[in-house]
Design a protein around this ligand. Sequence first.
Ligand code: FAD
Length: 536
Amino acid sequence: MQSSSSYFLHLFVAVALAGAATMHVSAPVAPPPLLGSLRLEGSLSFDEGDLSAAARDFGNRRRLLPAAVVRPASAADVAATVRNVFRQQGAARSGALTVAALGHGHSLNGQAQAAGGVVLRMESLAAGGGMSRAVVRPGAEAEAYVDASGGALWIDVLRESLKQGMAPRSWTDYLHLTVGGTLSNAGVSGQAFRHGPQISNVLQLEVVTGKGEVMNCSDKENADLFHAVLGGLGQFGIITRARIALEPAPKMVKWIRVLYSDFRSFMEDQEMLTSSMESFDYVEGFVIINRTGILNSWRSSFDPQDPVRASKFDSGGRVLFCLEMAKNFNREELESKNNNQVEQLLSKLRYIPSTLFQSEVSYLEFLDRVHVSELKLRSMGLWEIPHPWLNLFVPRSRIHDFAREVFGKILKDNSNGPILLYPLNRIKWDNRTSAVIPDEEIFYLVAFLSSAPSQGSLEQALKLNTEVLEFCNRAGIRMKQYLPHYSTQEEWRAHFGDQWGRFSRRKEIYDPLNILAPGQRIFHKAGVQYSSSTWQ
Ligand code: FAD
């Protein structure tokens, strides 16, 4: 821990720096007693390097310097930090300090940052694994679970569960994200059509509220807090532990890609697969605009079923739609049965026959597939660059209108990054949680995952994002943003729609002084002036 004079200096520098770009916080005349008097098992830092690192995220577009960084070693450390801030500000009825839980920093717009506040680096909670052994009672696999720290990475949750032959049921495409970070959003991937998002697969949480209380919650105990926190954008509490449901893990995965040029067939086939019990275990889709040689790029990981015809395939500049599917299997017992099932399912689909590509990989390799791309991009210096991503949930009734206008018209190519498009079933989402989704039984995740290696490409991607949003507005497409980002409370109210009343009531109950997750910019803190210029 640093001395209080050193704290004062760093707080001043941090606030001055943060204030220059983002907000004005009156400089304290003496070190706030709260942080100086904090007794932690973990550590408290005012080091410039730590402050600067806590002001970075995957989006690489926001830099909000905190005043302090806490590395908690326990839920008690998290609670002590929040309680100190709450007590001091409660007594004073004002104060600018906020607290942000920082997972792996994969937010896009500073959502895990706290200008002039305290950042809790949640990964230090998970030091040493942050996990109980997966609990599997013989004969009761359906009730198996693992208790994971809120700061644990999903890849570590998977590795720990696999030791018992089990795995979580619902995933994100990329596993180097934290449990607390994805559960604060939703956590969606190609398994969500069957199992719902990750927030539908949580049995229990340990949470530190905005008053600094440690509370256990579940469907049965403190149920309102439980549902508030799931998809709650960090607004109601900090997840220090999550009990995650498990299923028996397969050993292998048959991984398949096919192409369509007709959007209707692509969409109907996706929906056929995602509405049936007898289906693949994973279903996603991509949009490919103006990319020649797409099949060639698959050859390093997939085998074409018909290499000769595949080599003659010419996209002809068309917009193409890739359906990606996976079927889990265990080599010893199920290979032939699995192949029959896969063939039967494929026989019902209307893809371009020459574009069938397949591969067999271990379950771990399949789930951790995006990490391979990460390593490549890092080696080329293309990971830590701006990522102006836009993620939307588009209602099924308007997905055609959306596709017709956006793919090929607004977006003339997707050389800056993948575009995902796949259906999700509302019935698998619990409407008591804070997650916001369109009001239709089926809606599509449409994710524009752009990278911007230059200023020009950043401006171009942001312009296209704006055009897509403006088109939705004009056309009356009632989509919802996923991983949402807004600048004003009016926009947040519109985002939540009917749920705004419940969301703000929950805020009053669990974080009445608006201490938590200020980077989401939903509730403003008394005494803090935000500059809108940094948040366009
Ligand atoms: P952070 O970005 O650090 O935090 C996110 C928010 O949650 C912040 O507001 C933060 O204050 C809050 N928070 C963090 N930890 C806690 C906690 N313990 N308790 C309470 N609040 C907390 N998402 C999907 O759903 N599906 C995908 O397939 C998917 N793929 C992705 C691939 C990549 C390469 C990247 C970069 C992101 C992807 N995401 C995906 C988005 C991801 O879910 C979000 O970035 C999310 O924020 C998780 O990142 P994180 O753990 O680093 O959390």
